[in-house]
Design a protein around this ligand. Sequence first.
Ligand code: PLP
Length: 447
Amino acid sequence: MSVPLTRAVGTRTRSEQLLERAKRSVAGGDSSTMRVLPYHPALLIDRGKGCHIWDVDGNDYIDLNMAYGPLLFGHRPSFVIEQVVHQLQEKGSQLGFPQELNFLVAEKVKQLFPSIDLLRFANSGTEAVASSIRLARAFTGRRNIILFEGHYHGWSDTVFHKYHAAETLGDEAFRPVIPGTEGMNGAPHDAFVVRWNDAAALSSALDRMRGSVAAVLMEPVMGNAGVIPPLPGYLAAVRELTRAHGALLILDEVITGMRVAAGGAQQLFAVTPDLTVLSKALGAGFPIAAFGGSAEIMDLVASGRMFHGGVYAGNAMVLSAANAVLTKVLAERSRLYSELNTRVSQLADGIKGILRRRNVHHVVQHVGPMIAMILTKTPVDSLVDYHQVRRHADFERFIELQHALLDNGVYIHPNQYEPMYLSTAHSKEDIDEVLSRLDETVQHWQR
Ligand SMILES: Cc1ncc(COP(=O)(O)O)c(C=O)c1O
């Protein structure tokens, strides 16, 4: 069934008009480049509730992006909003002093992530990752860091590299990174990129840089270039290699923390990092991040030898949101994640069935409620690293599908590297509806 949209052909929508107006005061029209990509249809969203979003033209979409991941409980979850409103009305958003919420939230994070003895809060994944690298360098007294092709860790000068490195890396084990944007003055400094999901490549890089690597930083599930799970045994091999070389293993669980399991990818794959970075699901839509690890390493922060700060770091309003999230996750984790996994299987199996039936080449992969639908140029069974994603992904075709799906009332991001995310607000009926709209969309799109 199709949904009547107010985006009538030939007329300018309110979204288009308002985005044009925005561009006269906000650089590019919005404050994240990802939200105003040239191939993203003009879409100004007015509000969200549960798994639905409504644009300023009044169109209703089932949202499979969930604000790029944080909305594990959907838009405007009442149990979070109530806590935040209570905090704002009764106590204040920003107190400028240590407060109880600080340790109440930290204690709950520790229950879920046994690898963390001590942590610090920050405002964004970018900040928390940059702090974790500074900490690793301070702790080890070493300078080099190892990053991976296709992984994203925020936009700081510490790590933002052109992760489209497949063209340059070729078959070499590792290379210095290429700056991710203009204006980085040659940064990231002392940073090298290695092929992911390839323990031999990492081993070779660590051997060649013996004694100089402070940290190996990775997304435990590659989530910024499709959804690529670690190959069996890969994370264990990484753990062993980093330990043998005296390098810290930093898991960037900005996406996977509280998403692929209550205790993140480290719980799901039974790997213990030295440092962990958390963000998205922790705040359920409020801007919070955290980095933490063993007491021995974090002592550098506790003692002030490694500086970390921020006026808004550990802000009371966002901590009240995180407290609500963690209370719920701790109390209901087994039911929560089992239901999320049932929903994601329904969606993944449904998408595979439709695309197979309609002869669209694809790879659908998921880890917990993060899922990638990659359209490929030729038949491919699975994708295990960034080289393969780059080689096989059919970007143009995916953008066409995204636009057509939008006209049918389903929102996915037009960049197929962006995972789709499910929330506890997506019911079986919502997924049935998504699948029925996808089927209809693909059927017409094929003609
Ligand atoms: C794995 C990962 N790390 C770090 C970041 C940066 O987080 P932020 O955008 O909050 O700075 C992101 C953002 O999407 C991410 O996906």
